[in-house]
Ligand binder design. Structure first.
Ligand code: C2E
Ligand code: MG
Ligand code: MG
Length: 405
């Protein structure tokens, strides 16, 4: 059974969290202050820690610092819980080695999503570090096991039948025109309903199914670009998210080359999105593969920028065409001076490095206006459109929808 340690001084929040976790079959341990939290972490070696940032005496930073110094506790996934007012502190927490953060009040889905994500990542990590991955005991909840079983079935027996790609427009802020689209995977399971990528991608990664899935996505996106080019939508670039495992497949390059050839596609219409963590796992290997992809003519975007490894220093050495600023920075940017200052600096820096900048998760006019003032090149977000199924996306294109500022 998975053991989660909750360190939270506010009793009502703590009790609420414990109830939620127990309902999901997690074993819980609780601490009402940082000192007890650290003691319990050493004594119980939990599988994951949820820790409030603001606590009297030893706060969340203190707890994290103590745990990261000891090899016994250094690698336990650690998720910060932050109050809204303390949101700007999250960067410090991430820099100190926290794995994730949740802003209170968070929903049950956000909490479970973050936990599952971290547990699965930890499982993947253990698998990589172990010389004999098969003997690692499976410590996953029944819910994750059910998801995994169904995912195996979709990939291995049902030929991806329950998968569908949705496309979210990326819009040039100056002209208001759609210039690209991000392909985003959807899984409509008859047994489980709609399963979001944040739920199933980590499971696909830890089971290795992600390689087949990402290949299916690449193949389908290439076919789709071809279909749209053939009906006269010839300007569209399509972006594809690649996982760590797929990115390191030895035959990635020949496979992409073959797909381009088979669909008679010009490579500049395909852009690969990589997150900071994918790149940072093996920076030299990543640079080599990125260079090869670029020499094939593909473009490369760095995704969710700002929340990962803060790899500003590396950016200048990386062959990147596009920087996508994570939606954390965009959300409420007009009211948050720190976020707006960071975003402004990121955009300037990216432009100095000859990169195009896309703001992710733009939801309001205020956010858009500020981004325009900062000369951000493009936007993606619910303000303009949600990700759409192919047919709806095509109608959207034909309707010649523009972004008006
Ligand atoms: P991502 O690549 O950062 O994709 C953007 C996510 O933000 C999408 O979530 C999208 O629906 C969401 N989003 C877009 N605009 C807004 C907005 O205005 N507000 C908010 N709140 N959200 C917005 P989605 O589709 O759930 O995908 C989540 C993640 O799953 C993606 O994050 C990506 O990392 C991964 N993923 C999705 N499709 C694939 C795939 O085909 N292969 C791989 N390896 N990963 C994928
Ligand atoms: Mg993406
Ligand atoms: Mg993103």
């Amino acid at each position: 059974m998975i053991k989660i340690l909750v360190i939270e001084d506010e009793e009502s929040v703590r009790e609420n969290l414990l109830d939620l976790l127990e309902a999901e079959d997690f074993k819980t341990i609780a601490a009402a202050n940082g000192r007890t939290g650290v003691d319990l972490a050493f004594a119980e070696a939990p599988d994951l820690i949820l820790c409030d940032m603001m606590m009297p005496e030893i706060d969340g930073y203190g707890v994290l610092t103590a745990l990261r110094q000891d090899p016994l506790t250094a690698t336990i996934p650690f998720i910060f819980l932050t109050a809204k007012s303390a949101k700007s502190d999250f960067r410090q927490g991430m820099d100190m080695g926290a794995d994730d953060y949740l802003t209170k009040p968070f929903t049950r889905a956000e909490l479970l999503g973050a936990i599952m994500n971290r547990l699965e990542r930890q499982a993947t990590l253990k698998k990589y570090l172990s010389s004999s991955p098969k003997i690692i005991p499976k410590t996953v909840s029944p819910k994750i096991q059910l998801l995994e079983m169904n995912l195996q079935r979709v990939v291995k027996q049902k030929q991806f039948q329950e998968f569908e790609l949705h496309y979210q427009p990326i819009v040039d802020i100056a002209s208001g025109q759609i210039i690209a689209a991000e392909s985003l995977l959807r899984w409509q399971s008859p047994e489980l309903g709609l399963v979001t990528p944040t739920e199933f991608i980590p499971i696909a990664e830890s089971t290795g199914l992600i390689v087949a899935i990402d290949q299916w996505v690449l193949e389908n996106v290439c076919q789709q670009i071809k279909i749209w080019h053939d009906v006269g939508i010839a300007y569209l670039t399509m972006t594809v998210n690649l996982s760590l495992m797929e990115f390191h497949q030895p035959d990635l390059l020949p496979k992409i080359n073959e797909l381009l050839g088979r669909n008679n596609l010009e490579p500049q219409y395909l852009e690969i999105e990589l997150t900071e963590s994918v790149i940072m796992q093996d920076i030299n290997g990543a640079i080599a593969t990125m260079n090869q992809l670029q020499s094939l003519g593909l473009k490369i975007a760095i995704d969710d920028f700002g929340t990962g490894y803060s790899s500003l220093i590396y950016l200048k050495n990386l062959p990147i065409n596009t920087l996508k600023i994570d939606r954390y920075f965009i959300h409420n940017i007009a009211a948050d001076h720190q976020k707006s200052a960071i975003t402004k600096a990121l955009i300037e820096m990216a432009h100095n490095l000859n990169m195009r900048v896309i703001a992710e998760g733009v939801e309001t006019d205020e956010e858009l206006h500020l981004l325009r003032d900062y000369h951000c090149d493009a936007m993606q977000g619910f303000l303009f459109s949600r990700p759409l199924p192919a047919a709806e996306f095509e109608n959207f294109l034909w309707s010649n929808r523009h972004l008006y500022i």
